[in-house]
Design a protein. Structure first.
Length: 117
């Protein structure tokens, strides 16, 4: 799968997905730091990438309908330290082979993953 990692995630998030065999680009590598959310969604869509972010604004399905994207993963965690983020993302990555991402919003919480179409 192809992912775009938002600037609010640690570099290790990209490395985790690469090690799992996925193609990853980052917002910062592409010079998109500080870009408006709408632009990030459009860039991810144009590249056929699933956006991974801590920005809970992307969980608003009225503003960002999952069906209009390649997929969105929003990490909604009590603590957003590097270790917590990487544990949650690793948990989500383990589920990716069993559950579709295309056209869906995954809200990854500390103890569960909610999936909306």
């Amino acid at each position: 799968m192809d992912f775009k990692i938002d600037e609010n995630l640690p570099v290790e998030a990209a490395q985790l997905l690469i090690q799992a065999g996925h193609s990853v680009s980052t917002v910062l590598e592409e010079g998109l730091g500080g870009t408006p959310d709408e632009t990030l969604v459009q860039a991810a869509g144009a590249e056929g990438r699933i956006l991974v972010t801590l920005d809970t604004g992307f969980a608003d399905i009225r503003r960002y309908p999952p069906s209009e994207s390649r997929g969105l993963i929003v990490l909604r965690l009590r603590r957003q330290d590097k270790g917590g983020v990487l544990r949650a993302l690793a948990h989500a990555a383990a589920q990716m082979d069993r559950e579709a991402l295309a056209g869906r919003l995954w809200i990854v919480e500390d103890d569960r993953i909610r999936i909306r179409s």
